[in-house]
Design a protein. Structure first.
Length: 254
């Protein structure tokens, strides 16, 4: 796991406050795709529990894993009784128990590519479901987005996380669906988009940016300057779009 992936602990409280949760439709998509009761799940990179709570609320026994103790401390504050918290990176999980569902919410890109899919398959029951979902939070107004980009560029060229396998942003199938389609361990790969939008204050949008890894990697003074520049071009309130891209696949039984 990269250093960029391990920098969230210092802003765990802000992460819980400013990062959005996930729509119920994401869980409904996963359950409909499974086409059988999902009773157990293991979560990769649970963070503060945004997606943990989504699935636990549906009666699923979730084993929530994350390597960062500060993030897990936030998760434990709100975790219901059917959540088991385990401090571990995905690569440190050892095969043994299998689950009906393995999922990652805005976290899969932090895992090492070597052996990623055999590890996932080893955690799944035959026919079990893998789900990955994530979304980019950005101003809905193209003019506001362009202003933010222009203000940020002198300090940070891009705040995106590039596709791990180089898939173009306009490709019909996005990562990790592209890798899942190539893996002999999975089949019935699907991609869906769940629309998500809201109105945020400028302060809350900046709060969200303060939890984005690209900004966390900046030296503190440069980070401060970057946020000041962005604050200077934001309207008092702004429309936000943050559609969630969901990828689903099934472990082959044989």
């Amino acid at each position: 796991m990269s250093a960029r992936a391990l920098g969230f602990g210092e802003i765990a409280e802000a992460y819980e406050r400013f990062r959005p949760g996930y729509p119920e439709e994401v869980a409904r998509l996963v359950e409909a795709y499974a086409d059988r009761p999902v009773r157990t799940a293991v979560e990769i990179g649970a963070g503060t529990g945004k997606a943990t709570r989504l699935f636990a609320a549906r009666g699923i026994a979730v084993t929530a894993t994350d390597p960062d103790p500060a993030m897990l401390a936030e998760l434990r504050r709100t975790a219901p009784a059917n959540v088991t918290v385990v401090r571990a990176a995905f690569e440190d999980l050892r095969p043994g128990r299998t689950y009906g569902l393995v999922y990652a919410a805005s976290a899969l890109h932090w895992t090492r590519p070597e052996g990623r899919w055999p590890r996932v398959a080893a955690l799944l029951e035959p026919g079990g479901v893998f789900a990955s979902f994530a979304g980019v939070v950005e101003p809905a107004d193209p003019a506001v987005e362009a202003s933010v980009r222009a203000a940020r560029t002198p300090f940070l060229e891009s705040d995106d996380v590039p596709s791990p396998d180089g898939t173009a942003p306009d490709a019909p199938m996005q990562w990790p669906g592209t890798e899942l389609e190539r893996s002999p361990l999975f089949h019935d790969v699907r991609q869906a988009v769940v629309a998500r939008s809201w109105t945020a204050s400028a302060a809350d949008y900046l709060g969200h940016l303060s939890t984005v890894s690209a900004y966390l990697q900046l030296p503190p003074e440069k980070r401060r300057q970057t946020f000041e520049a962005i604050a200077g071009v934001l309207p008092r309130t702004l429309a936000i779009t943050a559609d969630v891209v969901v990828h689903l696949a099934r472990r082959r039984s044989g």
